[in-house]
Design a protein around this ligand. Structure first.
Ligand code: GDP
Length: 538
């Protein structure tokens, strides 16, 4: 096994470390912190893929839309997106395609038609429409007007940004499948991260809605109890139901994937859904949803990829951070490597153990070169520049890696630049700027050519899904330990559903998912979890 010893915080070539940030060194490397002010005039020529495109982009986010370059097909991601948006209000919609390679995965015509149908429904029933106002009034007075009424699903946040984004995508797919209007309850911490995804409308639940803080409504669990006691048919349908799909390992089965339970939910006008999971595989286990999902996504492992690229466009503020960082530190490189180091038990896992794991993974898989410890200069003609984007709550990992490659040449002669946008030290809740940084880093990771993430981290799942990247999954260390192999290549870029249903609808335990659902596979990073694959042979 490879072993490297790195002293953290020491920058041997004279660069200083102030307050955990990497600052300019004698070799002209720039401060790579999101909190620092980066200057567009410093941006370098771009990489071979997008050098020309990026060079032709305006540097300010406040430019007139008339000078934006148009290429309808590419701009609309092969029909995934609809035209007609005010481009200046969401620059990333236009510019982002210049920062990443075109996806080889095309949305199916059926998916495109379902998205257009959904947009029509949202336009008809969403906030600020006459129908919405009437429906909310009716819901308040518990007057249910039956089939003609628009139905809604309110997504309720829980857990970190990655968890939230994977559950929004799942809820959106559920909304499409059940013809409900998706509304998201964004608190202050999620304000201004994303552009509006639906044309001429908003997906945000208006703050003055009576359901903003609604917790006194009937719950799905109570409904299931009544159903078991056969008392459900004697009662009027609730107008609003709280659906808690937060899963813990020991929860009783929720049977959300079963037709009978979906029948119970079908006519309830307003569902408030809380989940931190990517529950798409459990929708796939429902026979009627399964047919639709199969038609919408002939490539099963592209569900998150398409829906996340459809929904999540960085706001102008987020895009300013992303695009400046990318152009200043990453665009010039021949190859970009995203390295997400999530430490789940920081008190029990020494920095050195994590660093050994990272280097074992990246060097033994030829993602990063070994150090030439015998020479102080490189005699090769290799001029390759690799940029490593480190995303971590802790500054030490970026600092150590950067110092290592500045201190000694690599055996291949490649130059390795290491850039870490932030180091928040801990996960913070209800903090808008903290989330803005997290979103910026998730997006920057998704722009990588090669991605290394930490097992079980939903932060990494969003990056891999957006970028269509099969990541190298670092083993999740929780002690002063070593693990071999240090990482394993994932077989797909779909997120893992950590806690899938454990029972068939008849109550029998599911022993082997693949035998009943051939496109479900156990996750590499969490064997209890499942994810979708395109076919059982891949
Ligand atoms: P998970 O816990 O790894 O599954 O990911 P989540 O995104 O759900 O929750 C972790 C949260 O911690 C993130 O949303 C951020 O708020 C914070 N966080 C964790 N790692 C990073 C990181 O590398 N960079 C930044 N900026 N924040 C992070």
């Amino acid at each position: 096994m490879l072993q490297w010893k790195i002293q953290s915080g020491i920058n041997p070539i004279g660069g200083r470390t102030i307050d955990g940030k990497i600052v300019a060194s004698e070799e002209g490397h720039k401060n790579a912190s999101l909190t620092s002010s980066t200057n567009d005039s410093n941006s370098h020529s771009a990489n071979p893929i997008d050098r020309e495109k990026i060079a032709s982009l305006p540097t300010s986010t406040n430019f007139p839309s008339s000078i934006l370059i148009h290429n309808e097909k590419g701009k609309l991601l092969d029909g995934l997106l609809v035209s007609g948006f005010d481009e200046a209000s969401c620059i990333s919609r236009v510019q982002s395609r210049s920062f990443r390679k075109a996806s080889p995965h095309k949305p199916s015509r059926y998916l495109i038609s379902k998205l257009r149908d959904y947009e029509e429904l949202h336009g008809k029933c969403g906030p600020n429409t006459r129908a919405y106002k009437k429906n909310i009034k009716d819901l308040q007075s518990k007057k249910i007007t039956g089939a003609a009424m628009c139905k809604y699903i309110v997504w309720d946040p829980s857990n970190g940004l990655g968890n939230q984004m994977i559950s929004i995508v799942s809820t959106f797919l559920y909304a499409i499948l059940t013809e409900r209007v998706l509304l998201v309850r964004f608190g202050r911490d999620l304000n201004g991260l994303f552009c509006e995804p639906f044309l001429n409308s908003t997906w945000e639940l208006p703050k003055n809605t009576p359901f903003w803080n609604e917790r006194r409504v009937e719950t799905y669990q109570t409904m299931l109890k009544k159903d078991k006691a056969n008392s459900i048919s004697k009662e009027p349908l609730p107008s609003t139901l709280f659906l808690n799909l937060q899963h813990t390992l020991n929860d009783p089965e929720k049977f959300f994937h079963c037709d009978h339970n979906q029948d119970l939910l079908r006519n309830i006008p307003l569902l408030i859904l809380q989940s931190d999971q990517y529950f798409v595989p459990s929708l796939f286990m429902n026979p009627s949803f399964n047919l639709e999902i199969n038609k919408m996504f002939p490539e099963k492992d592209t569900i998150f990829h398409h829906l996340a690229r459809y929904l999540f466009h960085p706001s102008n503020e987020a895009w300013g951070l992303i695009s400046r960082f990318y152009r200043t530190y990453l665009a010039e490189a021949d190859e970009r490597i995203g390295l997400q180091i999530r430490v789940f038990s920081p008190n029990n896992t020494p920095e050195q153990a994590i660093m050994d794991l990272v280097l074992n993974c990246t060097i033994s898989n030829n993602l990063l070169p070994e150090l030439d410890t015998k020479n102080s200069v490189s005699y090769t003609q290799n001029k390759t520049l690799k940029a490593v984007l480190v995303a971590s709550l802790y500054p030490e990992y970026g600092e150590s890696l950067r110092a290592m490659y500045l201190n000694k040449p690599s055996v291949s002669g490649e130059l390795i630049g290491v850039f870490q946008p932030s180091h928040e030290e801990k996960q913070k809740f209800h903090d808008n700027m903290h989330n803005m940084k997290a979103w910026t880093e998730i997006y920057l990771l998704s722009l990588s050519d090669v991605l290394v993430t930490t097992s079980l981290s939903t932060f990494g799942y969003v990056a891999q899904g957006l970028g269509g990247l099969k990541p190298w999954l670092l083993y999740k260390l929780i002690s002063n330990d070593t693990h071999f192999p240090a990482c394993e290549r994932d077989f797909s870029f779909e997120p893992c559903n950590h806690i899938p249903p454990k029972h068939y609808c008849n109550g029998k335990t599911i022993k082997d998912y693949a035998s009943s659902f051939p496109v479900l596979r156990g996750c590499i990073d969490y064997s209890i979890g499942v994810k979708l694959v395109t076919d059982s042979t891949t």
